[in-house]
Design a protein around this ligand. Structure first.
Ligand code: ATP
Length: 301
């Protein structure tokens, strides 16, 4: 199946005088991982909870799998997975019993053991929930959301509070979901997470979408200058390649296409037997671009 899974037009939400969401448009296609990024208070949770059917909107059109989530129809709830934070889970049940219990609420659940394997809890299948670590409980939260075999999964800041290795594991779980055709709507504060997982990202700031695109091309990131940063020993006569000296003594060259400059620089070094004490080539990271976009917004405020 292909097509649009989420379609949002002119979505608005006001809490009294606070305009939390100011007329945003969003589209998410089947099989995509879509990430909504933005600083604290930007309107992410408000948007996600409207899509999930937990909050009412003040205006605009919202379609999720062809339904208006405001109607809270059972058919929609059966096809959507929402990761709640261990709320409502009986801590004296085992992992398997827990997933089994949730699977029982759905007409066509996914195989319980397959769900447990998918979230990497196979070895804890018969362990009681109260004996799981925090990270394992979060995996169980994802398992519970997957029990009904949803087409669309909402992950609201799924790795906040995870240690680095648990984050990597969670990322692999999300990757495995897309491999079996699920659509994922993600919010996150971690740019490396968005870079790794998302096919498309949108940045929301003060209730408006300020940039949208793939993580690698967001806001012209792919066209921004590359930076070559290097350092050579005292006395080496570096040829003129447009370098400037930074306060820390490193030399920096900013170019759109670094290939030729790199060739000349390394060619010179080889010819003169010069060793680089430091040598790095980079493009702006998603985080650099994000900070620039949201920083401009905050200054405007
Ligand atoms: P964070 O990254 O901090 O979780 P967020 O992007 O999820 O932030 P929201 O929680 O959607 O932001 O909040 C957007 C704005 O709406 C904020 O100014 C917030 O104070 C306000 N807001 C959110 N929920 C309510 C509510 N129930 N009543 C009144 N104002 C609210």
């Amino acid at each position: 199946m292909s097509g649009r899974v989420i379609e949002v037009r002119g979505l608005r939400k006001a809490y009294g005088d606070v305009e939390a969401v100011r007329g945003i448009d969003l589209q998410v296609d089947r099989g995509e991982v879509f990430a909504l990024l933005g600083p604290n208070g930007a309107g992410k949770t408000t948007t996600v909870e409207i899509l999930e059917g937990y909050r009412d909107r003040s205006g605009g059109d919202v379609g999720v799998l062809g339904y208006d989530p405001a109607t809270r129809t059972l058919e929609l709830r059966r096809r959507v997975g929402i990761v709640l934070q261990s709320t409502g889970i009986d801590v004296f049940l085992t992992v398997r019993e827990t997933v089994q219990q949730y699977a029982g609420f759905f007409p066509a659940p996914r195989d319980v053991d397959e769900v447990i394997d998918l979230v990497g809890l196979s070895e804890k299948r018969d362990t009681r929930v109260n004996k799981l670590s925090g990270g394992q409980q979060r995996r169980l939260d994802v398992a519970v959301a997957l029990a009904g075999d949803p087409e669309l999964l909402f992950l609201d800041e799924p790795t906040t509070g995870f240690d680095p290795s648990a984050r990597r594991t969670a990322w692999e779980i999300v990757k495995s979901l897309t491999a079996i055709g699920k659509t994922v709507f993600l919010t996150t504060h971690f740019m490396d997470e968005a870079q790794y997982l998302a096919d498309r990202v949108a940045v929301i700031a003060r209730g408006s979408i300020v940039a949208e695109g793939s993580p690698s091309t967001l806001a012209g990131r792919d066209r921004m200058l590359a930076r070559i940063v290097f350092r050579v020993g005292e006395g080496a006569e570096v040829p003129e390649l447009g370098q400037v000296e930074r306060p820390d003594g490193d030399l920096e060259i900013a170019v759109s296409d670094p290939t030729e400059t790199l060739h000349r620089l390394t060619g010179w070094a080889l010819e003169h037997g010069v060793d680089f004490e430091r040598f790095e080539v980079s493009r702006p990271s998603l985080e650099d671009v994000y900070l620039e976009i949201t920083g401009v917004e905050e200054e405007a405020e």
